[in-house]
Ligand binder design. Structure first.
Ligand code: HEC
Ligand code: HEC
Length: 310
């Protein structure tokens, strides 16, 4: 009896030590190769930063809700999820309330590793699972551009997450399982435009974050990437964007590029809701970037779309 008790206590202690060790942000760094640091002496390319800002759709979540000025990144949007409601933070250039006093390295770490400057894990409701694909140069340009946007005062309220999702530390385990730490690597056998499209769609564009089914832990199911799924915020379903007949199979690259510019579909419909917000951003990109995204999506293997369970 006594032995069994000591054994149990030992197991619990080991369990706690294991949890603490595996969920520490430094464990994530040790297990996944540390992302290359940005070169501090580089002069940032502001135009590139602007393009990545719109490709990344940061305004969709971080702009002050119901404000016409989407460049005020004061946060406050209540982002619903199956795990609770996230109150999207202020990422404006404000020194105290936003990220105005961050270094470029702090920013790169947040976007690639999902870790805050004070060493806390971010929840993957912040889609760093996609942003981790971005290069250090692109992230430093993006950060430099964001620092030119207006500082907005005020911090937002805490997230409303039920137990156990309110334990930030637990996100460390999630990251070990679902955050691979890989920066986008171009495929030398493919054209430059196809690689550019793949980068924009999978990295900053984070298109799969809405257009895929997710598993019990809220991670994208790889085989279902881009095939559509339930809306992550619970407002119906998101369509299949692979070139299957249940998706965008009949579309030409020009039609797809047009949708990303004007929101119009080949069937004389206009996309709305969350996709309307995406288009407001992709409309700001150079023509060649929209064409590259269209070329890439139409080159994907066709997949049967998501069917809502009856
Ligand atoms: C789908 C919504 C969504 C999008 C799109 C999004 N974010 Fe966020 N972001 C969040 C949420 C939610 C958090 C809070 C995460 C947490 O508290 O763990 C966050 C946190 C952050 C933080 C940390 C802020 C802090 O105070 O520590 C930074 C930096 C950030 N986002 C930058 C960006 C940038 C840059 C973009 C665009 C390239 C972007 N985000 C796009 C939802 C989003
Ligand atoms: C915030 C969630 C979200 C993100 C991110 C997102 N989409 Fe969408 N998308 C939607 C929703 C919802 C619809 C359906 C809109 C409608 O029918 O009004 C849609 C519709 C579409 C359609 C039209 C499909 C059809 O059959 O009519 C295309 C194409 C598309 N998205 C491509 C993209 C691309 C490319 C990206 C990345 C740049 C992207 N989406 C990012 C939510 C999203």
């Amino acid at each position: 009896m006594r032995k069994a008790f000591i054994g149990l206590v030992a197991l619990i202690i080991l369990g706690v030590i294991g949890f603490v060790a595996l969920t520490s942000p430094s464990a994530y760094r040790l297990i996944r190769a540390e992302a290359s640091a940005p070169d501090g002496n580089r002069t940032p390319n502001m135009e590139n930063g602007r393009i990545l800002f719109f490709a990344g759709g940061c305004t969709s979540c971080h702009a002050v809700p119901n404000s016409d000025d989407k460049l005020r990144l004061g946060g406050g949007y209540a982002l619903k999820s199956p795990f609770g409601t996230f109150h999207v933070p202020n990422i404006s250039a404000h020194k105290q309330d936003g990220i105005g006093s961050w270094t470029t390295a702090d920013f790169v770490r947040a976007m690639r590793e999902g870790v805050s400057p004070d060493g806390r894990h971010y929840y993957p409701a912040f889609p760093y699972t996609s942003y981790q694909r971005m290069s250090a140069e692109d992230l430093s340009d993006l950060f430099a551009f964001m620092q030119t946007l207006p500082p907005v005062e005020g911090r937002v309220r805490d997230h409303e997450l039920p137990f156990p999702f309110n334990i930030r530390r637990g996100v460390g385990l999630w990251k070990l399982a679902f955050l691979d730490g890989q920066v986008f690597a171009p495929d030398a056998t493919k054209s430059a435009s196809l690689n550019r499209g793949a980068y924009l769609v999978n990295g900053p564009g984070h298109c799969a974050e809405c257009h895929s089914e997710r598993n019990f832990a809220g991670a994208i199911i790889e085989e279902r990437r881009f095939a559509g799924g339930p809306d992550p915020e619970g407002r119906g379903t998101v369509p299949n964007i692979t070139p299957h007949q249940s998706g965008i199979g009949g579309w030409s690259p020009e039609e797809l590029a047009t949708l990303l510019k004007t929101g119009e579909t080949p069937l004389f419909d206009t996309v709305g809701g969350p996709m309307g917000a995406v288009v407001a951003n992709t409309a700001q990109l150079p023509e060649a970037d929209r064409a590259a995204m269209a070329e890439y999506l139409l080159s994907l293997p066709p997949k049967q779309g998501f069917k809502k369970p009856e």
